[in-house]
Design a protein around this ligand. Structure first.
Ligand code: HEC
Length: 142
């Protein structure tokens, strides 16, 4: 026996494992954006609830009129119809039914959708809007 490192065979196994690990890592880096894009491709009412509970709850609730109207049954209903809520004239008179399309426009820019309305809040991110709408849809009554 000598002290030469060449006597220890384990030294020669190492380099084979390293490229393997590296290629798996590179695969993950390449695939990651594709995987996350997949996860965001559809609207998600669970994420919508989280957004609702953090961003809308200051003024709204599902079943009670607060600063803003209750959202029970809002999807597929005409604008300005929550019972007992005192809407702006603009919303009361709006001939608009809340659908995915109209809610998306409303959340993106309430004032451009119904000029003279009274909601001082908007949601700039399209995915956030889609998720919020998916959540509101769950409380549709028709
Ligand atoms: C700062 C308070 C405030 C916040 C925050 C807010 N809203 Fe509103 N919202 C209002 C008010 C006030 C109205 C009624 C507007 C009117 O009468 O013109 C309204 C109306 C609405 C309507 C129309 C309801 C109907 O019955 O026609 C929808 C839909 C809506 N809000 C969704 C949302 C969502 C979703 C969020 C969270 C992303 C949100 N709002 C955040 C105040 C708010």
């Amino acid at each position: 026996m000598t002290d030469s490192p060449f006597d220890d065979v384990s030294h020669f196994k190492m380099p084979r494992d390293i490229p393997m690990l590296k290629s798996k890592f590179i695969f993950l880096i390449i695939m990651l954006p594709a995987l996350t894009r997949e996860a965001h491709a559809e609207s998600n009412s669970i994420r919508g609830k989280e957004l609702y509970d953090s961003r809308c709850i200051a003024c709204h609730s599902i079943d009670q009129n607060r600063v803003g109207p209750a959202h029970q049954g809002v999807f597929n209903r005409r604008a300005g119809q929550a019972p007992g809520y005192n809407y702006s004239e603009a919303l009361k008179n709006a001939k608009l039914v809340w659908s995915e399309k109209t809610l998306d426009a409303w959340l993106k820019s309430p004032e451009e959708t119904i000029p003279g309305q009274a909601m001082g809040y908007s949601v700039s991110d399209a995915q956030d809007r889609a998720d919020l709408i998916a959540y509101l849809k769950k409380f549709s009554t028709r």
